[in-house]
Design a binder for this molecule. Structure first.
Ligand code: GLN
Length: 294
């Protein structure tokens, strides 16, 4: 690295940023400070820690504090840097997509467990956003045919960019449209992290996070989109097929009751995330369920 020397070293800037972020109640101040500093200098984690005595140029210092200010005003680090890690992979994100959450990795884990034994040759993800879930699956399931839908054209552009970045654009069929509408054939496994935040709880979240309301707004009780998808399953999920659905805290009973009313003889399970919150509902259709629900 080159630059006009000032008295501020990487170590000092890092430590100062951490203090400011912590004082402003930013969770993970250490990690966020690191990501913003690395983004400023375009360096890897290893380079950062190997070169802590490097002195920032005044331009670099100015850029870094500008990024810290953006973070303090509420902009998520993932949007500032354009990067987010998910399931061990790096994804491009911008404000047209939801920032992938660590708890959604459970959806990927459950899907891989089901699909790795070869009984799920076709998969569809509904509401793919930046494509993190679908691409993580594609990278782990080289034989599987994957569809990914989204109603948002700008989200699909981000998903396409990420498919290309990870070399799976020829294996994932991106489709624009609502829920399962654009699907070309019934599939064996449907995965969805749909919007499930109650509309009344939405505005503080979106304002604070800069995230698209379309990706979070689940209507008056938070479950409108999930119910809409469940009603479409009959035509789009193969016999013996499986649905994996991410849900929010406190939604387990409402969703499992609703699914039970639609599919009386299906197998329904709920798996908690690492924080102990019921997070993934799985529904497995018996072979003859296709014509049961109306
Ligand atoms: N888990 C997200 C949040 O709490 C919501 C994601 C969603 O609606 N699918 O912000």
């Amino acid at each position: 690295m080159t630059g006009e020397a000032t008295s501020v070293t990487l170590k000092q800037a890092f430590s100062h940023a951490r203090d400011i972020l912590t004082a402003n109640n930013i969770e993970d101040a250490y990690l966020e400070g690191e990501l913003l500093l690395r983004h400023t200098l375009k360096i890897s984690r290893v380079q950062l820690y190997l070169d802590l005595d490097y002195e920032l140029s005044s331009k670099q210092e100015e850029t870094f504090w500008h990024l810290i200010e953006r973070r303090l005003s509420g902009e998520p680090t993932a949007y500032i840097t354009g990067h987010r890690q998910f399931y061990g992979f790096d994804f491009y994100v911008d404000p047209s997509v939801l920032i992938p959450r660590p708890e959604s990795e459970l959806l990927v884990e459950k899907a891989l467990k089901l699909a790795q034994n070869g009984t799920m040759p076709t998969i569809a993800e509904v509401g793919t956003g930046c494509g993190a879930i679908t691409i993580s699956l594609a990278l782990n399931l080289p034989q599987t045919k994957i569809y990914a839908t989204d109603i948002s054209v700008s989200a699909l552009k981000v998903a396409l960019f990420n498919c290309q970045k990870h070399g799976v654009a020829n294996r994932i069929c991106l489709l624009q449209g609502d829920m399962l509408d654009p699907l070309l054939e019934p599939v064996d496994l449907i995965i969805a992290n749909l919007p499930y935040v109650k509309e009344s709880e939405l505005s503080p979240i979106c304002l604070a996070n800069f995230e698209p309301p379309l990706a979070l707004n689940g209507g008056s009780d938070g479950l409108e989109k999930i119910r809409q998808l469940c009603r479409q399953l009959n035509n789009q999920l193969c016999p013996d097929g499986c649905l994996l659905l991410e849900i929010g805290q406190g939604q387990r009973k409402a969703i499992t009751t609703f699914l039970r009313s639609l599919f009386p003889s299906a197998k329904i399970e709920v798996t908690p995330d690492l924080g102990g919150i019921d997070r993934v509902v799985s529904l497995t259709l018996p072979s003859d369920t296709l014509h049961q629900a109306g």
